[in-house]
Design a protein around this ligand. Structure first.
Ligand SMILES: Nc1ncnc2c1ncn2[C@@H]1O[C@H](COP(=O)(O)OS(=O)(=O)O)[C@@H](OP(=O)(O)O)[C@H]1O
Length: 284
């Protein structure tokens, strides 16, 4: 029986030792896996943690290829030219959180590659909504635009919830997932627990490695908790790295009654989502 390979051996085999792969094997490839969302679910953390793996090549910027006509019309050759250079032993991955709620993305991704592996990271829909609102608020303030509190936005007509708010809609996971399941079997979509990725990243990442068919590479040494950041940060090959300031923003305090109302509103949708994915989450 062979000894398990150390991290160092994997590094030299996959990322260090380029002579093992002829130069023509290094090229840009269409992604074999896509992180489709959800927005504010932890998609950047998931991508950055995956990028530590020697068998993974990630596209660092969001492509917005399958959700925006202006990009989709540029064609698959344009799309593949946006991808990182990889060798044949690597999985190319891109993330665009907007795909999950896009009406056209499921069919378009299926047309590119019906066997693509989809990663969906979800989070408590109320927390996701508040995180989404916090980002919108941040952008409006930066652009010196007027802004409203979440209470003002969601309780426009007295106590009736304004369910048409975009960020509300994006938390209705079951409705969006149903559209993906028209094109992809359930087994081709791996659901990552965004709350779990915050609390215990290694356990979520090991499941992702298995889903993608990667060698088990990530270990406890790749993650350390940073008190100042309040989140886990990444380390590999002697480098340490936290996600940037736009990740892990403090959220404004939200009225307790509104939070309860939101929990009640989402509970039925959450139950539908749990039934679809065959597992439950501990959400509000
Ligand atoms: N390790 C680590 N470090 C920092 N942040 C982390 C991490 N893991 C998960 N998260 C959570 O990721 C949330 C942002 O999600 P996304 O990257 O999907 O946002 S985006 O849709 O791409 O804008 C972000 O949401 P906010 O806390 O609201 O900023 C974080 O809670």
């Amino acid at each position: 029986e062979e000894e398990p390979r150390s991290h160092h051996d994997w590094e030299t085999q996959w990322k260090g030792n380029t002579t093992q792969f002829s130069s023509e094997a290094w090229k840009q490839r269409l992604p074999q896996s896509i992180i489709i969302g959800v927005r504010k679910g932890g998609t950047r953390a998931l991508l950055e943690m995956l990028s530590l793996h020697p068998q993974v090549a990630v596209a660092n910027s969001e492509m917005h290829f399958f959700n925006l006509d202006e990009n989709y019309n540029k064609g698959l050759s344009w799309y593949s030219q946006q991808m990182p250079i990889s060798h044949s032993g690597q999985v190319t991955i891109e993330k665009t959180p907007g795909y999950f709620s896009s009406l056209k993305a499921p069919e378009r991704i299926h047309a590119m590659d019906s066997s693509v592996k989809l990663l969906l990271i979800v989070r408590d829909p109320v927390e996701r909504l508040v995180s989404d609102y916090t980002q919108i608020l941040h952008n409006r303030k930066a652009q010196h635009k007027p802004y409203q509190s979440l209470e003002q936005i969601l309780l426009k007509n007295g106590r009736e919830l304004n369910t048409r708010y975009k960020a509300m809609q994006r938390s209705l996971y079951a409705l969006h997932l149903a559209r993906w399941l028209e094109f992809f079997p359930r087994t081709q979509i791996h659901v990552v627990d965004g709350g779990g990725l915050i609390r215990e990243p290694l356990s979520e990442m090991s499941q992702v490695e298995r889903f993608l068919g990667l060698e088990p590479y990530l270990g406890p040494d790749n993650f350390y908790f940073n008190q100042t950041k309040g989140f886990y940060c990444l380390q590999a090959r002697g480098h340490q790295h936290c996600l940037d300031q736009s990740k892990g923003r403090p959220h404004p305090a939200i009225d307790e009654l509104l939070l309860e109302q939101l929990c009640t509103y989402f509970s039925e949708h959450n139950e539908n989502f749990f039934a679809m994915v065959g597992r439950t989450f501990n959400w509000c």
